[in-house]
Design a protein around this ligand. Structure first.
Ligand code: ADP
Length: 435
């Protein structure tokens, strides 16, 4: 309020002088005086307005370049100078913070790419440039899929399920293997984090090759040993007393080792092949009937095994791998179900997906073991697994086969009552019967 009075004081004073002049010299001279003074005031304001406009048009808005004013304009320019000073200070702080952030991200061993809501590159650090063959100065604003063109990456980006990283073998930088992880943030923006896992993958390949080679090399000597054991077992002269017991034990252990080697070879084959070889429409009905025969001979009449087929849909996949997965689940059900127990095998179509399950009335599994069952050599009870001819690799094989078929497994179990292993196959893998 006091400001308004201060600013209005000059006008009031001029009006007062005009009124006095009016009384002394008459209206004409007083109005002339008033007009001249008003013109002078208007000229004064127009001059400073023009100075302000000139300043606003300048590219450098430094406080020093702000024009000097008088009267009310002195205050206006002083406020403006203070505002500009504060603004440039906060801008300096912001650029410092940005610079710090850039040097931190540049020093990081992982690559970072900032993508906008339309998946265009906003910024990336030098490591990402190296991993993905990006040139920041040329590629800013470019679609990321234009530079990382591999189909798995395009699908990964489109699927919007970023919980797991994607491993890319071939990037624009030859010879490096990177793991890519997308992290959504803000409004539909994404961080793409890349990590060089070439060394790790090489060690992993060496490990896989080593297991495959050792297993393969052990196969032949074991076949020879088991052949001789068979011959010796049939020989009446050798087959007596201690020798007989020793031969039985040796044969059992050789068979166990052969099973183990077979399972190890299956696992390394599954791990080494990126995708399914020989994918075809598999007749689930005949596949399950075949497995049922093997199951019945394994059970030797000790269990009641029922097969329920409610869908004639075929399944797109590898017959050999599916036989191995279904067979493992069914043989587990037999091995972990006491005599006269019940085993139900089921194949149906539910909610458009393929549903397979094996339910048994066996010993069941305690809940704390369930999440770890698909780990290699994880057994709830090792002696029982060995007694029943288990290798500890069955469910690891099942897990690999399912992931190659984009299927998922659910395990439910109650100790003493039984277990149920359910597999869901995606709708895209089902081939309707009349097709
Ligand atoms: P194994 O050769 O020992 O059976 P698997 O990988 O097939 O190896 O299974 C891992 C473990 O899971 C088994 O050792 C067993 O403890 C448990 N398991 C698997 N299937 C069943 C089942 N149907 N009922 C109870 N336990 C099971």
């Amino acid at each position: 309020m006091s400001d308004i009075w201060q600013r209005s004081f000059n006008i009031i004073f001029i009006i007062f002088i005009t009124a006095v002049l009016w009384m002394i010299f008459g209206a004409v001279k007083a109005l002339l005086f008033f007009g001249v003074v008003m013109l002078w005031i208007a000229f004064h304001h127009i001059r400073y307005l023009a100075a302000l406009e000139r300043w606003l048009r300048l590219s450098d808005h430094s406080p020093a370049s702000i024009p000097a004013g008088s009267g009310a304009w002195d205050d206006v320019f002083a406020h403006l100078a203070r505002y500009v000073r504060q603004h440039s200070q906060s801008q300096e702080l912001l650029s410092l913070a940005l610079e710090r952030m850039r040097s931190v991200t540049s020093a990081m061993p992982d690559g970072i790419v900032i993508l906008d809501e339309t998946d265009r590159i906003e910024w990336c650090n030098p490591v990402a440039e190296q991993h993905l063959g990006i040139n920041l100065s040329l590629d800013t604003g470019q679609q990321i899929t234009y530079l990382v063109r591999q189909i798995p990456f395009v699908e990964y980006l489109a699927a919007r399920k970023y919980s797991n990283p994607l491993i890319l073998n071939q990037t624009r930088q030859q010879g490096i293997i990177v793991s890519l992880q997308l992290v959504p943030y803000g409004y539909n923006q994404k961080l793409l984090i890349s990590r060089d896992i070439t060394r790790f993958e090489k060690i992993e390949t060496m490990r896989r090759d080593f297991i495959a080679n050792v297993s393969h090399e052990l196969r032949t000597p074991l076949t020879v040993i088991s052949g001789f054991l068979e011959t010796l077992s049939a020989d009446e002269n050798v087959n007596s007393g201690f020798n007989k017991r020793a031969l039985v034990l040796m044969s059992e252990q050789t068979t166990r080792m052969q099973r183990l080697i077979e399972d190890l070879l299956i696992l390394s084959r599954l791990e080494n092949e990126q995708s399914i070889v020989n994918e075809k429409a598999v007749e689930v009905t005949s596949l399950l009937r075949g497995i049922l025969q093997d199951a019945e001979s394994l059970s030797a009449g000790r269990h009641q095994i029922k097969l329920n087929i409610a869908s004639q849909d075929q399944l797109l996949g590898s017959e050999e791998e599916l036989r191995s997965a279904f067979g493992n689940l069914i043989s587990n059900a037999i091995r972990y179900t006491p005599d006269s127990g019940e085993i139900n095998i089921n194949w149906e179509k539910r909610d458009g997906q393929g549903l397979f399950f094996v339910q048994d009335s066996g010993i069941g599994i305690e809940p704390e073991h369930i999440p770890r069952l698909t780990e290699r050599f994880y057994r709830v009870d090792s002696s029982r697994s060995r007694e029943t001819g288990g290798t500890g690799l069955g469910l690891a094989i099942v897990k690999h086969v399912l992931s190659r078929h984009q299927a998922r497994m659910e395990i439910t179990s109650q100790v003493g009552k039984g277990s149920r292993f359910t597999i869901w196959f995606p709708a895209k893998r089902l081939i309707p019967e009349n097709k």
